[in-house]
Design a protein around this ligand. Structure first.
Ligand SMILES: CC(C)(COP(=O)(O)OP(=O)(O)OC[C@H]1O[C@@H](n2cnc3c(N)ncnc32)[C@H](O)[C@@H]1OP(=O)(O)O)[C@@H](O)C(=O)NCCC(=O)NCCS
Length: 218
């Protein structure tokens, strides 16, 4: 995601946010153990403001773009069910932050941030975080695509998303604040037969209305 001033973010003033959520205290990073056993690793949904310091610490440490607390709160307050955290025992080492919005009669998911701490990479957790987020977005039924941006040089992320079926949609020149280009990646999802039928009926209706206008109104 690009660090930009979203209007919804800007609309949430500092005092509003402090009143709504209280002050956020930093979490001290914990050294991960040398041996990571699968039973000690768990994934769970964001549960509220007490999880915010985990998300902020991970993203601030691992992503190149700086984000304000209002950006975090914009996503986490609006789509708390689309944020997941990965834990090793009590230590939070990974997170994904997303949103879901209407787009041309359907819903479009957006993966804003994805991070796994260095010592926990290569274990499939990044993939699991993306999968659980996309599965949750699909529960509404109208999701037809999921998009995100990644630095063109971020081979790890590009490879992770390609493995999951994302395709390169376009290249965005100097997209990031550090001047690096981005790829817009897109995952196209099949719609249910009922939804396809509903969209086809709506399209047919639009054609009939415009023909009616052409012959009887103009
Ligand atoms: C990208 C990131 C989340 C991947 O997390 P992860 O838990 O290591 O990912 P996974 O273990 O699920 O890896 C899945 C696939 O991604 C690829 N991959 C992950 N890291 C890679 C790397 N450093 N180099 C090359 N490929 C890599 C591999 O193809 C891997 O598949 P494989 O296990 O079959 O080889 C992690 O590297 C990270 O946090 N990076 C910094 C933040 C970032 O770039 N976020 C993405 C912003 S778009």
């Amino acid at each position: 995601m690009k660090a930009q001033t979203d209007s919804a973010v800007a609309a949430l003033s500092s005092s509003d946010a402090e009143q709504t959520f209280g002050t956020v205290t930093a979490v001290t990073p914990v050294e991960p153990p040398a041996q990571i056993s699968a039973e000690d690793v768990s994934l769970r949904q964001y549960t509220g403001e007490r999880d915010l310091p985990h998300v902020m610490r991970l993203i601030d440490n691992e992503l190149s773009e700086p984000y304000s607390i209002f950006t975090y709160r914009y996503f986490l307050h609006t789509w708390p069910k689309l944020c997941f955290l990965a834990f090793h025992k009590q230590h939070c080492f990974g997170t994904v932050v997303c949103k879901l919005e209407p787009h041309q009669e359907l819903m479009r998911g957006y993966i804003a941030m994805l991070v796994v701490e260095k010592s926990f990479r290569g274990l499939g957790i990044g993939t699991k975080l993306v999968k659980v987020a996309v599965d949750t977005m699909m529960q509404g039924g109208d999701l037809d695509e999921v998009v995100l941006e990644a630095e063109v040089s971020n081979l790890g992320a590009l490879s992770l998303y390609t493995n999951l079926g994302f395709i390169r949609d376009k290249r965005l020149a100097r997209y990031y604040m550090n001047g690096v280009d981005a790829f817009r990646l897109k995952l196209l999802l099949p719609l249910s037969p009922e939804k396809e039928e509903e969209l086809a009926a709506a399209q047919l209706h639009r054609v009939q209305v415009s023909l009616w206008h052409m012959y009887f109104v103009n």
